[in-house]
Write a protein of this length. Structure first.
Length: 484
C-alpha cells in the first residue's frame, strides 16, 4: 500500500545537453566547401547548412527560383568518416527536393519552408473574361496558372499574350544583390541533404580516430537562379557566387551511461552496426523523337549490382528548354523541374523478370506508385503533374504560363512492407537493373496550345539503397568499415 501512495521521484537525473557550434570551412573554392566536425556526442538532423547567394552584377533582376528556392543550389553533398563515405548525395537539388519538399502541401511550403529556402510559388485559377488567354492558347476561365502577384517572380505579366520572355517579369521578393550583407540567408537542414541523418542522430563520439568531413558542392546559377535581364529567364552560369557559407551544428551530449552503452556494443563480438540509406545517381540520355506521334522505346541499365535497393526515382528534363528554345515555359522552375511527357510508360526488369505484369502507362497508376515511394502524394496542382492529351485539351493548365507537365517523377517501390532498413528492400544480384521506358509525343497542332514534347531528355536515376557502418573497438582504437 505504501508503494501505491509514494509519489517520490527515484529516477536518475538526465543530464542531456545540446551544444551548438558555428563551423567555418577548413578549405573552400568558388563552389566547393569542406567542413570538419567535432567527434562530440550525437549529430542532430536539424543542424543547418547556411549560405548566401551573391549577385556579381550590380542589379536586382536575380532571384532563386520560386519552386524550391535555395534547395536548388546544392549539386552534391558528401558525408565522410575518414576514407569511408556515409552518404554521397549527388544531384541533391533534384532528389532531396522530391523526398523532403514535394510531398508537403503548399501552405507548409509557402509559410514555413520559405523561411529556409526562399521558395515562393503560388497558383491561381483564371475566372473572368479579362484573364482569358489568347485563342492560340485555348485557355480561359478555369485554367490554373502562376499567380504573378503572390509569387516571388511576377510583376507586370500580360496573361493576354502570355510570358513571351522574362523581360516582362519582375522580382517581387528577396532579390539577390551584389552585397552579401543585404541578402537573405538560406538554411538547409543536414537531415534534408543526407538520408543517413533523416529522422535520427549519428554517434560522432564513436569515430574518435577518424576525421568527420562534410563536403558541399554548389550548382552554377543557371540551374536554379532567375535572371530576368535575359530572354531565357535564367542567370548566366557565373553571374552568382556564394558567401557566408558555414555550418550551424547541434551536438546532442547524452548522459555518460547512455553513450557508454554504445561504446560497449562496439567491444562486443561483431561490433556495432549502424544501418541507414544512401542515394546513388545514374545519368542517362534519351534522344529526340524525330517523328511526333510515334512511340520511342529505350532500356537503361542502371546497375545496383550486389546492393539492396529500396526505391528508384527517375527524373527527366527536356534539353531544348534548357537552351532557350521554349525557355519561357520553365520560367518558374528552371532546371529544377521534372518534365512530364504526353504519353509515357515504364517497367523495371530485375534478374530477367519484369516487376509489373504490364507496363505502367496510366498517369493515375504512375501517380499512385510515386505516392507509395514518397509516403505521401505530390502536392502540386493536377496540370503541373499531368501532360497527357486529356489534361491539355481540357485547358486545365497552360504551356505558356508554365503549369502544364512541369513536375512528374516516375518511381518504383521495391520494399517488402517491413519496418527498418536492412532486409526490407530488394537485393540485386550480379545482373543490373534494367529500366524500360517508352514515350509517345503528341503531334503539335497549329492554332492550338498543344505542344509536342519530343525533344531530347536528360535522365537521372536516383536509387535509395541500404548501407551499413560497422564500428569495432580494438586494442589500437576504433575500427570503422562502411559497406553496402
Amino acid at each position: 500500500m505504501n508503494s501505491l501512495t509514494d509519489y517520490s521521484i527515484t529516477d536518475k537525473d538526465m543530464n542531456m545537453e545540446i551544444r551548438s557550434d558555428t563551423l567555418e570551412p577548413i578549405s573552400s573554392s568558388t563552389k566547393r566547401f569542406v567542413f570538419r566536425l567535432d567527434q562530440a556526442g550525437y549529430l542532430d538532423q536539424n543542424s543547418v547548412l547556411l549560405f548566401k547567394v551573391v549577385n556579381k552584377l550590380n542589379n536586382t533582376t536575380k532571384r532563386v527560383n520560386c519552386f524550391n528556392g535555395g534547395l536548388g543550389a546544392i549539386k552534391r553533398a558528401t558525408f565522410a568518416v575518414g576514407d569511408f563515405i556515409i552518404n554521397d548525395t549527388d544531384g541533391a537539388d533534384k532528389i532531396m527536393t522530391l523526398l523532403n519538399f514535394a510531398g508537403k502541401n503548399s501552405q507548409l511550403r509557402n509559410n514555413f519552408d520559405c523561411w529556409y529556402y526562399q521558395n515562393q510559388l503560388h497558383y491561381q485559377v483564371l475566372t473572368g473574361i479579362n484573364d482569358k488567354l489568347t485563342d492560340t492558347d485555348n485557355c480561359g476561365a478555369g485554367t490554373i496558372v502562376i499567380d504573378p502577384v503572390k509569387s516571388g517572380i511576377g510583376g507586370d505579366i500580360d496573361f493576354q499574350n502570355g510570358i513571351t520572355n522574362a523581360l516582362a517579369a519582375d522580382v517581387n521578393s528577396v532579390p539577390i544583390s551584389n552585397d552579401a550583407d543585404k541578402n537573405a540567408q538560406i538554411g538547409i537542414p543536414l537531415g534534408v541533404l543526407f538520408p543517413a541523418l533523416k529522422g535520427r542522430t549519428l554517434p560522432l563520439f564513436l569515430f574518435q580516430d577518424y576525421r568527420v568531413l562534410i563536403t558541399i558542392e554548389f550548382n552554377d546559377g543557371s540551374k536554379y537562379v532567375n535572371g530576368l535581364g535575359a530572354v531565357t529567364g535564367k542567370c548566366a552560369p557565373n553571374d552568382i557566387t556564394y558567401g557566408d557559407v558555414k555550418l550551424q551544428v547541434d551536438y546532442i551530449i547524452m548522459p555518460s551511461e547512455v553513450q557508454n552503452k554504445d561504446r560497449e556494443m562496439t567491444a562486443q563480438q561483431g561490433g556495432l552496426n549502424l544501418t541507414f540509406y544512401d542515394s546513388i545517381k545514374v545519368e542517362k540520355n534519351v534522344a529526340a523523337v524525330t517523328t511526333p506521334g510515334t512511340t520511342q522505346v529505350v532500356e537503361h541499365r542502371i546497375g545496383a549490382d550486389n546492393k539492396e535497393v529500396h526505391k528508384i526515382y527517375m527524373t527527366k528534363m527536356l534539353t531544348d528548354d534548357n537552351n532557350g528554345v521554349g525557355a519561357k515555359y520553365s520560367l518558374y522552375w528552371l532546371e529544377q523541374r521534372i518534365d512530364a511527357m504526353n504519353q509515357e510508360e515504364y517497367n523495371v526488369n530485375i534478374a530477367g523478370v519484369d516487376l509489373f505484369p504490364e507496363n505502367k502507362w496510366a498517369p493515375t497508376s504512375q501517380y499512385d506508385e510515386t505516392s507509395n515511394c514518397l509516403g505521401s502524394d505530390i502536392q502540386v496542382p493536377r496540370p503541373v503533374y499531368y501532360a497527357d492529351e486529356n489534361t491539355a485539351f481540357s485547358g486545365l493548365g497552360s504551356s505558356v504560363n508554365g503549369t502544364l507537365g512541369r513536375y512528374k517523377p516516375l518511381c518504383v517501390d521495391l520494399t517488402n512492407g517491413s519496418e527498418g532498413v536492412l532486409g526490407t528492400g530488394r537485393t540485386i544480384g550480379a545482373y543490373p537493373i534494367i529500366f524500360k521506358y517508352a514515350r509517345k509525343p503528341t503531334i503539335a497542332q497549329a492554332g492550338n496550345y498543344i505542344t509536342s514534347k519530343s525533344g531530347a531528355l536528360e535522365v537521372d536515376y536516383h536509387l535509395l539503397v541500404s548501407k551499413t557502418a560497422n564500428i569495432k573497438s580494438t586494442g589500437n582504437g576504433t575500427s570503422v568499415m562502411v559497406s553496402y
